[in-house]
Design a binder for this molecule. Structure first.
Ligand code: FES
Ligand SMILES: [Fe+2]
Length: 382
């Protein structure tokens, strides 16, 4: 029988939260952003990883990552989430090179002699950085595990998915009053779809051909939708009163038919620990980062991408924009519903100190998540 392995206290305890920040977020490869934002020399992004601000910056085509803390008197260096500019501290204008060594120190003669060795000792804390497709990952310690090894069999899939990302159609952040594991686990099961999303996801009916890919750290899910829903929809659109909708649909199908990725299914992927990516047959992509704030609060960062397409006319652009709008509307509604239920779960779990609970087959990805979590956090589940 599958049952929760992570005790309720782990969703509230501040000491556990601190251990997670190190063992799960600083010591594993974690998602930091997109290569799309790092195309030119001096483009940078700042990501919050394991309670630290991390810079990833392009130096003449090469990506480097550093802790966003100046080695003079510890100001943050970059202050925006992304931008373009030299690695220069705003406090006393120290500038750093691509190795994180301070090469420009104003009024350097007023310091005791700054030798090369001294500059070397004032190097910024370097983090590891690697990419998979358009996704950028960072990691604090070098234990020899490269990103490809950490991602294992999903490496190719993630590269393929992210290479199919086209225009970013929306990006927004929401604070959820729930532990990051609650918001992440919530995306790993479809059991809640009918009670929680009955007017959004739920209206598409029970999907067929459900597959759980559960033999590793990063679990996946796919389904082929509900054929009866498609049938009904087709009949509805064939009614004379829906003629204009039918024309729109035909045009949209022909535009989106040129998309690069066709899976023939809905697909959802967890990249352990807190990155989730889903796609409806490669038409659009939702990328969510469940960024922990503290043991009972999470910042959810949502990115919506359309598939990569070459739009040839204003009419095509208009159709694309309408589909993108509908896609955004659906996801915003779904995520609002998820936020509300996750906060309800947190309130429940916070008044529970006994272990227990049970998982259905539909919740097996959460069971896998708990197993991986237990190994990484070094505890023996009972
Ligand atoms: S704190 Fe950065 S230059 Fe002084
Ligand atoms: Fe949901």
């Amino acid at each position: 029988m599958m049952k929760p392995l992570i005790p309720p206290s782990y969703y509230q305890d501040t000491e556990i939260f601190q251990r997670e920040q190190v063992l799960i977020f600083q010591n594993l490869w974690n998602f930091a952003g997109f290569t799309i934002d790092l195309q030119s020399h001096n483009d940078y992004i700042c990501a919050e990883i394991g309670g630290k601000s991390i810079i990833v910056q392009n130096f003449h085509g090469e990506l480097r990552a550093f802790l966003n803390v100046c080695s003079h008197r510890f100001s943050q260096i970059h202050q925006l989430p992304q931008g373009n500019g030299a690695l220069k501290c705003p406090y006393h204008s120290w500038t750093f090179n691509c190795d994180g060594i301070p090469i420009g120190i104003p009024l350097v003669e007023r310091f005791d002699t700054i030798t090369d060795a001294k500059r070397e000792s004032l190097r910024l804390e370097k983090w590891l950085v690697e990419t998979c497709g358009k996704l950028v990952f960072v990691k604090r310690n070098d234990d020899g595990i490269i990103l490809k090894e950490f991602l294992g069999s999903i490496y190719e899939k993630l590269a393929e998915f992210s290479e199919a990302f086209g225009q970013k159609i929306n990006e927004w952040q929401v604070k959820v009053n729930a532990n990051w594991k609650i918001t992440t686990e919530n995306t790993l099961e479809g059991y809640h779809v009918f009670p929680v999303h009955k007017n959004t996801f739920g209206k598409y009916g029970i999907p067929v051909d459900i597959k759980y890919i559960c033999n590793e750290l990063h679990t996946g899910y796919s389904d082929k939708g509900n054929p009866e829903y498609f049938e009904k929809f087709k009949k509805k659109i064939d009614r004379p009163a829906n003629f204009l909708k039918k024309i729109f649909l035909k045009k949209a199908e022909s535009i989106f038919g040129k998309r690069p990725l066709k899976l023939g299914s809905y697909y959802h992927q967890l990249v352990f620990p807190n990155l989730t990516i889903s796609t409806n047959d490669g038409v659009g992509f939702s990328v969510q980062v469940h960024q922990p704030i503290n043991s009972e609060e999470t910042k959810l960062v949502h990115h919506l991408f359309a598939c990569k397409l070459e739009l040839k006319s204003k009419i095509e652009q208009g159709i694309f924009d309408r589909v993108a709008q509908q896609f955004t509307k659906m996801y915003v509604a779904v995520y609002e519903e998820d936020k509300a239920i996750c906060e309800t779960v947190q309130r429940g779990i916070s008044s529970q100190n006994k272990e227990g609970g049970i998982f259905s087959l539909e919740e097996q990805r959460i069971y896998e998540f708990h197993k991986a979590y237990a190994i990484i956090m070094n505890f023996n589940p009972t």
